[in-house]
Design a protein around this ligand. Structure first.
Ligand SMILES: Cc1ncc(COP(=O)(O)O)c(C=O)c1O
Length: 384
């Protein structure tokens, strides 16, 4: 019914993923997928385009209501339309969070290795980075990451004001469990640290894993949390810049909206149209099929690495379409992504960009047709 094996030419579309490298390079880096969106989104956009007039659009409450319905349906999480602030992207969303809650010299807590724009928030706004690195253990060649709660507590300093949580975590693929979430939230509440929980990957669940929004755990956690969600990764519409900040504490929400005022553009009409269609129920069957396909791709990567990359270590991602591979065993004389770009003609993200603990790793995007994935993996194995 859905053909995720279809190979669609993207170089003609201004795609950054397909346009950054030379034509002989297979791009498996930036986090968008090479799949066509659900028909409901395509139809909604086509209808909007064929109207032919593209004046200023207005946010009607129906979109916020739809977000509330989705949160109730997926997580039994009860929020109101007034809690939902529209944002044109989540990188914007967590930078605004820092503007809203920090003053110059304050600290932003991050958990490297982590999605690199989170590491840059502090530098963007005269703030300090405070690091609570993830704990890594290994069984055979399988890497496990978890939150080191004592180290997390120690990383909070008197001037730490904001914690940027990545849940599920890019690049390590963990969905934090209840004890990790409660533990982190407790320390933040005790120390008056606002949490900005980036949950952009929360619906990209592999092998039947489930997600719980941090703020849905308890009212006192919700009171101190800004939750960022979006249909963008799940439904492959990240170029349309439609995201949501869910902020149940009215004082915090007001500060957030003030930090946006006059600076942050509205979500454009195409984003509103696509976001509304994406978060309805008509996309459910597509998403179910996508998750089955991605789970199988994750398994293909795992088996390939086990059999053909004997010196590589790897994680088993619970969410996202990102594989996190430790290639340090190959003792390459240059960063692994550079080596694989030159020798394998595959474009990957180098682990070092994700900060502490990322050196020697690469991040591989398996959100692509299986034949493309296998071609990329073959190229990597041959080069290594
Ligand atoms: C954790 C995380 N947050 C945010 C983004 C980007 O969000 P946006 O394109 O909405 O700014 C990504 C993209 O890869 C991501 O992995």
């Amino acid at each position: 019914m859905f053909n995720f094996d279809e190979i669609i030419e993207r170089r003609t579309t201004r795609s950054i993923k397909w346009g950054l490298f030379a034509p002989d390079v297979l791009p498996m880096w930036v986090a968008d997928m090479d799949f066509r969106v659900p028909a409901a989104i395509e139809t909604a956009l086509q209808e909007r385009v064929s109207h032919g007039i593209f004046g200023y659009d207005f946010l009607f409450a129906d979109l916020q209501e739809r977000v509330c319905e989705r949160m109730a349906r997926l997580y039994q999480w009860k929020i109101t339309p007034a809690d939902v602030v529209l944002i044109p992207g989540l990188v914007v969303g967590f930078n605004v969070a820092a503007r809203a809650v920090c003053q110059a010299g304050d600290g932003v807590l991050v958990q490297p290795p982590v999605y690199h724009p989170m590491l840059h928030v502090a530098g963007n706004q005269q703030l300090e980075n405070h690091f609570a690195p993830l704990q890594k253990t290994q069984t055979g060649r399988i890497l496990h990451y978890q939150v080191d709660l004592p180290a997390f507590a120690q990383a909070i300093r008197p001037n730490t004001r904001l914690f940027l949580l990545c849940h599920p975590h890019n690049p390590v693929g963990r969905i934090w469990n209840q004890s990790e979430l409660h533990g982190m939230a407790e320390y933040c509440i005790q120390n008056n640290v606002i949490i900005c929980s980036d949950e952009i990957h929360s619906e990209l669940l592999l092998d039947g894993h489930t997600h719980t929004p941090l703020a849905a755990l308890a009212p006192e956690i919700a009171d101190q949390t800004i939750t960022l969600i979006a249909p963008s990764k799940t439904f492959n519409i990240p170029g349309l810049d439609c995201g949501f900040a869910i902020i149940q504490n009215p004082t915090l929400r007001k500060r957030y909206e003030q930090a946006m005022a006059g600076l942050v553009p509205h979500v454009v009409g195409m984003g509103l149209t696509a976001g509304y269609a994406a978060f309805g129920t008509e996309t459910d069957a597509w998403l179910k099929a996508l998750l089955a396909y991605l789970s199988e791709n994750a398994r293909v990567v795992r088996e390939f690495v086990e059999q053909r990359l004997p010196k590589a270590n790897y994680t088993i991602p619970e969410a996202t379409y990102l594989a996190w591979l430790d290639l340090s065993g190959y003792a390459l004389d240059m960063p692994a992504a550079k080596f694989l770009l030159e020798k394998a003609k595959v474009g990957l993200n180098d682990g070092a960009m994700f900060g502490l603990g990322g050196e020697g790793f690469v991040r591989l995007n398996f959100g692509c047709p299986r034949a493309v994935l296998l071609e990329g993996l073959e190229r990597i194995a041959n080069a290594l």
